[in-house]
Design a protein around this ligand. Structure first.
Ligand code: GN1
Ligand code: MG
Length: 353
């Protein structure tokens, strides 16, 4: 670790470097120096990302673009360069590391502690969307091709299910039946993307509440982090993934499914923040936001289930059935959204221009 830390231009001498946060893909550390500077060090997942230099070029371009347009340094995250000027370091084992400034006086939340927290996150992701409206999208590398292409996620699921490498499918009849029953409708957003009915924008694609930093005192959302999956996409992806994570009444890995529902008052609060903060959404985009919520939740559950069947190579786990527990909460949420579907659509329609 010493060798890695030495590569970056830090202020002060490193006092500590400890595992930090709840991300499922990269490994994150908090670094503190003797001048009390804080940094975030991350080892990027080579399982998830196959072109890390391309990914880092995206992150650098987006952060440069955002910081040129922001008034306050806390409005966007900042990369800390290596002594040789590059934005990441590749160690002797081929692992990729990057360093970020810790956003001063900020906190990260695993769950909204009040509807206002969730509203604030909606403002942050909406502003992010709007600020990147004139970003040259064609310059972005697709860091994970087909990231939110739900039919492609089904294709991979079927492949893994056929192989069933650990013989886990046998005990999963209900979960498998649940996803198969929804396969036909799961391609709806992808079809609208392919037909051009919905505009491609630069989207974040991983809009969990814990990818937003809040001011520790005022609780205002400051900026959006985790820019690894910034790519051209549909606004329904960003809206949907936020609802999936933040409008649930329980944690993503809650074992007691009775605790899992979609909270419609939180859903509405997010609509209230996100739509005006984005500005410029078309009628069709607003109409498809509820679909984004349902399909991003289904897709995420499908990804957790696939990874469980495959032996947990992608998402980090802390217990043997962690990915299965995560899949189950997502399916419980989808079922609850289906029950509340009429209301979810009506609420979104109130925001039509
Ligand atoms: C991963 O990296 P993290 O924990 O912010 C994943 C998202 C999933 C999410 C589920 C690159 O996000 O797509 O929705 O876990 N990121 C990647 O919690 O696959
Ligand atoms: Mg994250």
């Amino acid at each position: 670790m010493k060798d890695i830390l030495m590569q970056f231009c830090l202020v002060g001498k490193v006092l500590s470097c400890q595992r930090y946060g709840e991300g499922h893909v990269n490994q994150t550390y908090l670094v503190i120096t003797d001048t009390n500077q804080r940094y975030i060090l991350q080892r990027l997942s080579r399982t998830a990302f196959h072109d890390i230099p391309g990914l880092m070029a995206n992150v650098a371009a987006v952060t440069d673009f955002l910081s040129a347009r922001s008034e306050n340094p806390r409005d966007c995250m900042h990369l800390v360069c290596c002594r040789d000027g590059s934005t990441y370091y590749r160690d002797g084992e081929g692992e990729y590391w990057r360093m970020l400034d810790y956003v001063p006086d900020s906190i990260c939340l695993q769950a909204a502690e009040s509807p206002e927290d969730f509203y604030q996150s909606a403002l942050a992701f909406g502003r992010f969307q709007r600020m990147l409206n004139d970003f040259p999208a064609h310059t972005l590398t697709e860091t994970i091709p087909n990231f939110h292409n739900t039919p492609d996620r089904y294709r991979i699921f079927h492949e893994v299910l056929r192989k069933d490498p650990l013989g886990r499918a046998e005990g999963l009849a209900d979960e498998i039946a649940f996803v198969l029953a929804r396969e036909a409708e799961a391609g709806a957003l992808q079809s609208m993307r392919d037909s051009g009915e919905l505009p491609l924008r630069v989207t974040h694609n991983d809009t969990k509440l814990n990818n937003v930093m809040f001011d520790e005192k005022t609780r205002e959302a400051l900026c959006v982090i985790d820019l690894d999956t910034v790519m051209p996409g549909l606004v329904a992806y960003d809206f949907g993934d936020s609802i999936r994570f933040g409008a649930s009444t329980g944690a993503e890995d809650e074992k007691d499914l009775d605790k899992i529902q979609v909270d419609l008052s939180l859903y509405r609060r997010y609509l209230e923040g996100f739509i005006p903060a984005c500005g410029l959404l078309t009628r069709r985009e607003i109409e498809t936001l509820p679909l984004g919520a349902k399909l991003m939740t289904l897709e995420c559950g499908l990804r957790f289930l696939t990874d469980y069947l495959d032996g947990d190579h992608y998402f980090g786990i802390k217990r043997p059935e962690h990915n299965l527990d995560r899949a189950r909460t997502q399916f419980k949420l989808v079922a609850d959204m289906e029950r509340k579907w009429g209301e979810m659509q009506r609420m979104a329609e109130e925001f039509l221009p």
